[in-house]
Write a protein that binds this ligand. Structure first.
Ligand code: DGL
Length: 268
């Protein structure tokens, strides 16, 4: 079981930012990544639909004999983490709790800002997770639906992206946040731009990095660490258009993507 891969899934290719953090934190672990490119985006979809898609992917990953599953997608974590945990015989790690803990660790009393997709923000999942560890800290949230397509376009530092960021972040700046949780897979790629808009006094939290740490702890606690010195194997699978996934994915993962298989999943 220790040599078994870690399953990672996302609505598409954004979760590669989380995969990258996992590769760095657990260099001997193999992974199987699934991106639901046929059905992305999850952000504007109903909780019931996101739960159904997420369960279908969980079952596919379990069929790949994974030893743990990381829900890299914030929207899936917000809507489906509980049902996934109930349905899974292996540990399931979401991105929201680790991100919330990291934010509480960094804040000097708040407010803590949270940005994410419409679904993640409407669910209130980050606010609940923050208040579970720090009940009194004020939280200010903002949905930033244009960020995902802007990032997919590669406009990490484009005037249009800067304009959108200024508009979305204005209420959080007025509220005087001291920490901002990047509560969406795509947002770590906007880190330099967001840092410029918000200035040096606001600490940016990458939920993906925090999740890699939580995953390492969860594996260790269960005696599931990878055998030392092992060469990892990283597999990638998508539900549509492997070519686009590989081309754009290279921006997320910082190196050329390996080959990607297309698998049929669910009913569409
Ligand atoms: N992966 C999604 C998330 O982290 C962003 C893209 C989407 O809307 O599907 O919430």
């Amino acid at each position: 079981m220790n040599a078994a891969p870690i399953g990672i899934f996302d609505s598409g290719l954004g979760g590669l930012t989380v995969a990258r953090a996992i590769f760095a934190r657990l260099p001997h672990d193999s992974t199987v990544y699934f991106g639901d490119t046929a059905r992305v985006p999850y952000g504007p979809k109903s909780p019931a639909t996101v739960r159904r898609y997420s369960l279908e992917i969980l079952h596919w990953l379990l069929g790949q004999k994974v030893k743990a599953v990381v829900v890299a997608c914030n929207t899936s974590t917000a809507h489906a983490l509980d049902v996934l945990r109930e349905a899974s015989p292996v540990p399931v790690i979401g991105v929201i709790e680790p991100g919330a803990r990291a934010a509480v660790h960094e804040t000097h009393g708040g407010p803590i800002g949270v940005i994410g997709t419409a679904g993640t923000i409407a669910s209130g999942a980050y606010e609940r997770a923050i208040h579970a560890v720090a009940p009194g800290v004020p939280v200010r949230q903002a949905a930033c639906p244009l960020f995902v397509p802007l990032v997919e376009e590669g406009w990490f530092d484009h005037p249009a992206t800067r304009l959108a960021a200024e508009e979305y972040l204005h209420p959080l700046q007025v509220a005087d946040i001291d920490v901002l949780v990047l509560g969406c897979t795509h947002y770590p790629l906007l880190r330099p731009l967001l840092h410029r808009v918000l200035g040096p006094d606001v600490t940016l939290i990458d939920s993906g990095e925090a999740t890699a740490g939580a995953l390492a702890e969860a594996l260790s606690e269960r005696g599931l660490d990878a055998p030392a010195g092992r060469e990892p194997e990283h597999r990638f699978a998508v539900s549509d258009d492997a070519q686009r996934f590989q081309t754009i994915g290279a921006r997320f993962i910082g190196e050329r993507m390996g080959s990607t298989e297309v698998v049929e999943i669910g009913t569409r």
